[in-house]
Design a binder for this molecule. Structure first.
Ligand code: IMP
Ligand code: MG
Length: 191
């Protein structure tokens, strides 16, 4: 990966437009947390955060879940250096927890082609959980290649490459508290 990319300018320089403000995101995440708490009341819930993009979403969502819940993580890689999905998904870090017989909720940052979540759903289903559902902060339906049912959705957005609130471009921008589209011209300076 491109660990060595140096940024000499402010983060904002590379952005074209804010799509979702921190306030909008916080409001929706609170609603999702309340809904998940209602739906899973009385059940043994395991949240699976997908590293690294979903970490901020997961940690905010978790604080709006009011029922007992456990957390685990998986790391997968599909993109390599490019921003286009290759369709090849590799597990970089697997779960610590056993999921057999448990209610699993996958927490993802964004669904684009759907290839990553289809792979994850099939991989988890093979471990015989009581159920697998998907919660994604963002949905970009324009480039969907495979249909994946999404049970909890934050926001549907048009096709743009977006960063912030955990999402990166060239390993940067995860720390922005809002979600913005990158400026396609200026971002090339980082490649
Ligand atoms: P998919 O397999 O094409 O659905 O891609 C899903 C993964 O690609 C996400 O988990 C993200 O890591 C990454 N991704 C897709 N679109 C974006 C984007 O606009 N910004 C940052 N990462 C993205
Ligand atoms: Mg991801």
């Amino acid at each position: 990966m491109s660990n060595g990319v140096r940024m000499n300018r402010k983060l904002e320089y590379y952005l074209s437009e804010v799509l979702l403000t921190a306030e909008q995101i916080q409001g929706r995440v609170a609603e999702l947390g309340a809904q998940i708490s209602r739906d899973y009341a009385g059940r043994d819930l395991l949240l699976i955060g997908i590293l690294k993009g979903a970490v901020i979403f997961l940690s905010d969502l978790l604080r709006h879940i009011t029922i007992p819940v456990q957390v685990d993580f998986m790391a997968v890689s599909s993109y390599g250096a490019a921003t286009l999905s290759s369709g090849v998904v590799r597990i970089l870090k697997d779960l610590d927890e056993v999921v057999e017989g448990r209610e699993v909720l996958v927490v993802e940052d964004i669904i684009d082609t759907g290839l990553t979540l289809r792979y994850l759903r099939e991989n988890l289903q093979a471990r015989q959980p009581a159920g697998v559902r998907i919660c994604t902060l963002l949905d970009k339906p324009d480039r969907r290649v495979v249909e994946v049912p999404v049970d909890y959705l934050g926001f549907r957005i048009p096709y743009r490459f977006v960063v912030g609130y955990g999402l990166d471009c060239k390993v940067h921008f995860r720390n922005l508290p809002y979600i913005a589209a990158v400026d396609q011209e200026k971002i090339r300076e980082l490649f």
